[in-house]
Design a protein around this ligand. Structure first.
Ligand SMILES: Nc1nc2c(ncn2[C@@H]2O[C@H](COP(=O)(O)OP(=O)(O)OP(=O)(O)O)[C@@H](O)[C@H]2O)c(=O)[nH]1
Ligand SMILES: [Mg+2]
Length: 223
């Protein structure tokens, strides 16, 4: 009898943990989307632990979803003040909330990556989203235009009209990458920005060289 109760308690704990994990996956703080092999997993792993990714690292394609808990490095206020491509509204939001009260930046964030091969069903995850990272591979000429079309379908989604968007131009360490302006031209960003409501913050980044990471952390810290 005692063994039966113990087994039942263990099973109940497992079920509770499974339900909690499923709920985290359904309600993450931020979504990370982008075409297949665009660099989402590499980026999120490197943001979690910068030393875990170098030029020899390889990430297998994400089948379904993966959740990453990113704890921000505590290197003082320097990263908050960093300049670059990040838009200014983000920095203001760190200091003053919507009702005029000071809002503390976040200390960590849970980001849900949805694999590029799940693109046809990304929209199932669009409820209650506040932030969205979209990763585009600047070294993949064949993919970049279709990445722009996919981005447009995301930005046109009615449930995502008030979402903060971070566009990551990834793999900036490659010599044969597209430069920022060429990549934005191929994504038709200037045309797109006239038609959308969301503010898109654009960051050039590399998971290998860690270029752009302080700007990404700054954006992720915005409450
Ligand atoms: N040099 C370099 N290679 C990168 C970088 N990011 C990703 N890669 C390479 O690109 C491959 C694919 O990256 P992933 O992070 O797995 O791509 P993903 O977007 O998660 O792909 P899916 O899960 O299939 O949607 C990696 O295995 C790396 O070899 C980067 O910043 N620099
Ligand atoms: Mg992946």
């Amino acid at each position: 009898m005692f063994i039966f109760i113990l087994t039942l308690a263990g099973f109940t704990c497992q079920v509770v943990r499974l339900v909690q994990a499923m709920s985290l996956a359904r309600h993450p703080d931020c979504l990370c989307l982008g075409p297949k092999r665009s660099g989402k997993t590499h980026l999120l792993k490197a943001l979690q632990d910068p030393d875990s990714i170098d030029e020899t690292s390889y990430s297998t394609p994400t089948v379904g979803t993966s959740i990453y808990n990113i704890i921000f490095p505590t290197d003082g206020e320097d990263t908050l003040k960093s300049t670059g491509n990040i838009v200014k509204d983000g920095e203001d939001a760190l200091k003053i909330g919507k009702k005029g009260k000071a809002v503390a930046p976040l200390k960590s964030i849970r980001v849900l990556e949805i694999g590029g091969n799940m693109a046809p069903i990304w929209r199932q995850y669009f409820d209650d989203v506040k932030k969205l990272i979209y990763v585009v591979d600047t070294a993949n000429l064949c993919q970049i235009s279709s990445a722009g079309v996919l981005l447009y379908t995301i930005l046109a989604e009615p449930r995502l009209q008030n979402v903060r968007i971070l566009l990551v131009l990834s793999k900036m360490d490659y010599a044969y990458r597209q430069m920022r302006n060429e990549a934005l031209l191929m994504l038709q960003m200037s045309k797109l920005q006239k038609q959308i409501r969301q503010t898109v913050t654009i960051v050039e980044a590399s998971s290998v060289s860690k270029v752009g990471f302080s700007n990404i952390y700054d954006w992720l810290k915005i409450p």
